[in-house]
Design a protein around this ligand. Structure first.
Ligand code: GN1
Ligand code: MG
Length: 347
């Protein structure tokens, strides 16, 4: 059965009319997402991928709880579209299906022409973490065990060392080892916090006509550290997934601006320092590089690819980016401590 036929089969469970227009939405690497539109309604329907999430109901449950918490605080949130039975998701043999009202009139913060949105995205994500500070962490079940465990991802990649060295080529292999030496094994540690888990720019939607940003994709909400969400955000601000990293002065300017806006709504806790946070973007890029490369070497079972070799290219781009970000880390720590950041947080 084609994906679109499957969506049509599911649609009645969500009260979506048979005549609605169905469009696949590109963007994510893991779940399948569709826009279902008809004259009176517009819905985003999504299948949470059971090949990636061992229990696809877990991300649905965690995400729904986080959204309820945020809504109670008055944050602008995606609006769940329940099933006809009033449930927030529907478990099927091919995954967990759920729907939200489609956010028409919004564009992702990484969409072309949205560069001015960096600050809005940083503020939205920093505010989100502040809102999650009193979320009951003990109610969360890990949706992806060891998800942001850098040492674990490095070990998995190291199992493929012989093939990896050959596939990557000498220069990227050297970058990989240099990153390991400069970042150490635990650059993402810190006191536990409830975090979003996937703070890339594309997960922040900005209203075209102005107004509050909406953060989406709560599948990976988890107990983690500030370094993880801060690092992943700046990693995504720093560069697109593939393609060349830019000149370091431009990169530094954007990363500093975005980093400051992210930290402004938050009070750093003991064990969260600007010196360590400044290394987190490189650490997140290095971890993502190893995740892409491991998946390439294991046959693209996790990250969807349009063409063979795409995960290799993604991995190489993240290695180059991690290297550029590691070089900027000392200057970033200083820049984050300048006026505009909080003086007591100086490294
Ligand atoms: C994946 O599917 P998507 O695009 O929301 C991945 C993130 C990566 C991101 C890279 C559950 O997110 O960790 O940073 O790709 N999500 C999962 O674009 O593995
Ligand atoms: Mg995601």
């Amino acid at each position: 059965m084609t994906e679109l036929a499957r969506v049509r089969e599911l649609a009645p469970h969500f009260g979506l009319p048979a005549a609605a227009e169905v469009m696949p939405l590109a963007g994510g690497h893991i779940n399948a997402t569709f826009r279902v539109r008809w004259p009176q309604g517009d819905v985003l329907l999504q299948r949470v991928n059971p090949a990636v999430f061992p229990d696809p109901e877990v991300p649905c449950r965690n995400g729904a709880a986080a959204l309820a918490h945020l809504r109670a605080k008055g944050a602008a949130c995606p609006q769940p579209w329940p099933t006809r039975d009033g449930a927030l998701w529907r478990l099927e043999p091919d995954g967990c299906w759920r729907a939200f009202t489609f956010l028409a009139g919004y564009a992702a913060a990484d969409a072309p022409g949205q560069r001015g949105g960096l600050r809005a995205a940083g503020t939205a994500l920093g505010t989100l973490l502040a809102h999650l500070e009193d979320f009951p962490a003990e109610t969360l079940t890990p949706a992806l065990p060891r998800f942001h465990d850098l040492a674990w991802h490095s070990e998995r990649f190291a199992e493929h060392a012989l093939r990896a060295e050959k596939t990557l080529g000498r220069e990227f292999w050297r970058l990989h080892h240099a990153l390991g030496a400069s970042l150490g094994r635990r650059p993402l540690e810190g006191p536990p916090r409830v975090i979003h888990g996937d703070t890339k720019l594309a997960n922040v939607l900005l209203p075209r006509g102005g107004g509050p940003a909406v953060v989406v994709d709560f599948d990976t909400v988890m107990v983690g550290t500030l370094a993880m969400d801060f690092g992943d955000f700046l990693r995504s601000v720093a560069a697109p997934e593939t393609g060349q990293a830019e000149a370091s002065a431009t990169l530094m300017g954007r990363v500093t601006q975005a980093g400051r806006t992210f930290l402004a709504p938050l009070a750093l806790r003991e064990g969260e320092t600007l010196a360590q946070l400044a290394r987190a973007p490189a650490a997140m890029a290095w971890m993502l590089a190893q995740r892409f490369l491991t998946d390439h070497l294991e046959g693209d079972r996790y990250f969807r690819v349009a063409t063979p070799g795409q995960n290799l290219l993604r991995g190489q781009a993240q290695l180059a980016l991690a290297s550029a970000l590691a070089a900027l880390a000392p200057a970033l720590a200083k820049a984050l401590a300048l006026p505009g950041a909080k003086p007591q947080d100086a490294p």
